[in-house]
Structures are given as structure tokens and as C-alpha cells.
Design a protein around this ligand. Structure first.
Ligand code: ATP
Ligand code: MG
Length: 421
């Protein structure tokens, strides 16, 4: 039979790689909780208009990256979520989540974009997301950046830099838009077809172009920061003040625009140069108008999405691996019964224990115990059953390095304490 393969751009995480994932997930979850954020989850599939309306019709994501399809069973038009914010806001509006006041939430999940797969760019990837609903900032803007800085520290990553910008409000963007269009009209020959097409529908998207000649024109484009009015300017300066007080280094990058239309005011990215050209590992911003746009009450909000695969690329191989405390080797029917009972008793005591499955000689079972990475092999044969003991053989130290230790014969009831010592 022909072998089946994973869909292009969608990756499996095999057991050998999953320790990094678990380490990442445990770290971000712990830090988010430390700041008082609560977990929330929304479906992977939503009605297509949710994304079109929130992300914006004239954006890369909506124009060419969404997995949209018709449910053959009922004709509904559905889309695999290309980002997490829209679904969470839809859910928050539906549940009237901010009825009793603002809420801070985090979530982890898969997102889907039909892009050209390459290192750090996949068609199914994962994001860690933080969202603050009902806060107008800039205190909470600073908070999510401070939280992210802590995540980098706890992950042991020290080569990401924070870049911030302000995208202003609707009025400021309208004024800026006119200046921007004038700039592009003066440089029309350098624009590719896509940029030309977006010139009058969504000129700010051209700032995000990856086409060389357009990037050049963007170097001299007017920047939105210069069009900011008092309120937005005060917000932006307040944010910078708070970051300085928290000792979170940042630079102002007036060229950050972000890929979705819902952003306003604060926009930010964490960028690394580790892989040659700059790579954004985390991006976010304010979206004060999104709740209303999706039929909710006016609710100022801010959030970010962190690309999990890109962060994992930055973790070295010293990531702590989940280890087994013991691997139980046994032969004979009575020994198997005793092994099963002992394994459960040890698990009751909070230890991680694998029981050998599938039979085989003591020698072959000891080999399995070795490759399992367990700290100890627990050996049970007829003899041990008869006298109520277990042979305990040390295999590895706490760091997973192989050791040659003396085997100890101890009573079954003392095994848990022995493994703990
Ligand atoms: P890029 O400019 O690299 O395309 P983006 O602006 O489209 O990124 P966002 O929509 O802000 O990215 O998503 C947040 C984060 O998700 C990014 O900073 C990145 O780390 C990650 N990310 C985005 N697209 C992909 C992808 N196709 N594969 C893996 N990670 C991705
Ligand atoms: Mg993109």
C-alpha cells in the first residue's frame, strides 16, 4: 500500500522532541498565572466572516493565507483560525465576559496559514496568546511586555529585543493615510502589482511588503509616529516610561505596522537576529475597536501572539527532559502481579514508573530499562516474590548520566522511600 504522509507544512512532534514543548508550555502557563491571567479556549474553526471582518479584507492573511472551506454537510462557510485573537474576542462578546470588569486571559493553540513552508514558517503552527480585555492602558500594555520579558528569562533566551511603535487612532491614521498614498504615488514604478492594488484600499499594508523594491520605497515613507496627536502620544510616552521603570529594554521602531487591520496605538514585536535576518518571535498590540466591530460593547483591549515553533528553535538541548523514576523488570506470572501492584503504589506516592510490557528475558528487559532513561531498574523474579523484596539497581543520576551503582535488595514497602532518597 502507498504510504501516507503528513500535509505539507504541518509537523508531527515526536516523543524525542516533545520535552521542549512541555517545558515551554509549563513555563508560559506558570508565568501567565503568576500575573493573574486565566486560561480560556476557543474553537479551531470559526465562521469565515469573523476573520474577514476583524483581520481585514485587504491583508495577506485574508487574501491568501486562510484555510477556508464549505462544510459539505450543511453548506456553512468555515475557516481554520489563522490567529487566536478574533475567536477569543468573539467568545468574550458572546459570553459577555467583561460584564463584571476587565479580564486577563492566556491561551495556547494551533493556527493555520497557507504560506510557503520554510524554517520557522509552517502551515500549521502554534501560538501562545495573552489578551487583556477592558483595559485602556498604557499600564497593561507595559505589563504584557514585562510578562514576556520574564518568559524569555525563564526560558533562558537572552537574544530577543523589544521593538515598540504607536499606530495611533482612526483619525490619526486617516491623516497619515493621505501622506502615505502621496509618497507611494511619487514612487509608483517601484511598486509591485500587489502594492499598486492596495494603494487605495489599504496603503498601510504596503509597509509590510516583503518585495525588495517596495522595501526600499518604505525606507523613506513618512512614519505614523509623526502624525500622532496628544492623547496617543501621551499613551505611547506613558508606555515607555513604565518599561524604563521596569528595566525592560526596548527600542522605538516607527516601521512596525503588524499584519492585521484591527491594531491601533501600541504595536510591538520581539525580534531575534539569531538566524541571520531578523525574525519576529512574538507580536502584538492594542485593538480598542475590535469588540465593537464584532458586535460587542466598546472594550479597549491589547494582546500578543508568540510563535511557539520559533521560540523552540531558540531553546538549546539542555532543556530538562521528563524522566522516569523507575522501570520495573519482571519475569513470571506472580512477579508480573507484584510488579503491577508495586507500580501503582509508587505512582500513588507521586513517582513516575514504567512497567515492562511484552515479556522477554531479564537481559533484554534490562536493556529496555537502560534506554528508558529511568533512574532505577526495579527487578522482580520468583525469588523476590517469595521473600517480599525488590532488587533496586541504580541506572542514572539526577541529570540523566549513566552510573554504575551497587544493586540493593530491599523490602517492597521501602522502595518508594529508597527512590526518593
Ligand atoms: P511574519 O511577518 O513572520 O509572517 P506575522 O506578522 O504574520 O509574522 P503574526 O500574525 O504577528 O505573525 O503572528 C504572531 C507570531 O506567530 C509571529 O511573530 C511568529 O512568531 C509566528 N508565526 C507567524 N506566522 C508563522 C508561520 N507561518 N509559521 C510559524 N510561526 C509563525
Ligand atoms: Mg505572516
Amino acid at each position: 500500500m502507498e504510504k501516507l504522509q503528513a500535509v505539507r507544512g504541518m509537523n508531527d512532534v515526536l516523543p524525542a522532541d516533545s520535552s521542549k514543548w512541555e517545558f515551554f508550555e509549563a513555563t508560559v502557563t506558570r508565568v501567565a498565572r503568576q500575573y493573574g491571567y486565566r486560561n480560556m479556549r476557543a474553537p479551531i474553526v470559526e465562521y469565515t466572516p469573523l476573520f474577514v471582518r476583524s483581520i481585514g479584507e485587504v491583508t495577506d492573511i485574508v487574501e491568501k493565507e486562510m484555510y477556508s472551506f464549505e462544510d459539505k454537510l450543511n453548506g456553512e462557510k468555515l475557516t481554520l483560525r489563522p490567529e487566536l485573537t478574533a475567536g477569543l474576542v468573539r467568545a468574550a462578546v458572546e459570553a459577555n465576559l467583561t460584564y463584571n470588569g476587565p479580564v486577563r486571559i492566556y491561551t495556547l493553540g494551533e493556527v493555520f496559514r497557507h504560506e510557503r513552508p520554510q524554517k520557522g514558517r509552517y502551515r500549521q503552527f502554534n501560538q501562545f496568546d495573552v489578551e487583556c480585555f477592558g483595559f485602556d492602558g498604557p499600564d497593561v500594555d507595559a505589563e504584557i511586555m514585562i510578562l514576556t520579558a520574564r518568559i524569555w528569562r525563564e526560558l533562558g533566551i537572552d537574544d530577543v529585543r523589544l521593538e515598540i511603535n504607536s499606530l495611533g487612532g482612526l483619525d490619526e491614521r486617516a491623516a497619515y493615510r493621505a501622506k502615505l498614498i502621496a509618497h507611494y504615488e511619487a514612487n509608483l514604478p517601484a511598486l509591485d502589482d500587489e502594492a499598486k492594488r492596495r494603494l487605495h484600499t489599504n496603503p498601510m499594508r504596503i509597509l509590510d511588503s516583503k518585495v525588495a523594491s517596495v522595501i526600499e520605497v518604505n525606507q523613506t515613507a513618512p512614519v505614523l509616529l509623526d502624525s500622532l496627536q496628544d492623547e496617543s502620544r501621551a499613551h505611547f510616552e506613558g508606555l515607555q516610561q513604565l518599561l524604563r521603570e521596569a528595566n525592560v529594554p526596548f527600542i522605538v521602531n516607527p516601521r512596525i505596522v503588524r499584519g492585521m487591520d484591527y491594531y491601533n496605538r501600541t504595536a510591538f514585536e520581539f525580534v531575534t537576529d539569531r538566524f541571520g535576518s531578523p525574525l519576529t518571535v512574538c507580536g502584538g498590540g492594542r485593538y480598542d475597536g475590535l469588540f465593537e466591530q464584532l458586535g460587542g460593547k466598546p472594550t479597549p483591549a491589547i494582546g500578543f501572539g508568540m510563535g511557539v515553533e520559533r521560540v523552540l528553535m531558540m531553546l538549546d538541548d539542555s532543556t530538562p527532559v521528563a524522566t522516569l523514576d523507575a522501570y520495573i523488570v519482571h519475569a513470571g506470572e506472580a512477579a508480573q502481579k507484584k510488579a503491577s501492584a508495586l507500580a501503582e503504589t509508587l505512582r500513588d506516592a507521586g513517582l513516575a514508573v514504567a512497567q515492562h510490557g511484552g515479556g522477554g528475558s531479564f537481559k533484554s528487559q534490562m536493556k529496555k530499562a537502560d534506554v528508558s532513561g529511568a533512574r532505577y531498574a526495579l527487578v522482580i523474579g520468583d525469588n523476590e516474590v517469595a521473600v517480599g523484596t525488590v532488587a533496586v539497581k541504580p541506572l542514572r543520576d539526577g541529570n540523566g548520566a549513566a552510573i554504575q551503582g551497587e544493586q540493593a535488595i530491599i523490602t517492597s514497602s521501602a522502595v518508594a522511600a529508597h527512590l526518593r532518597a
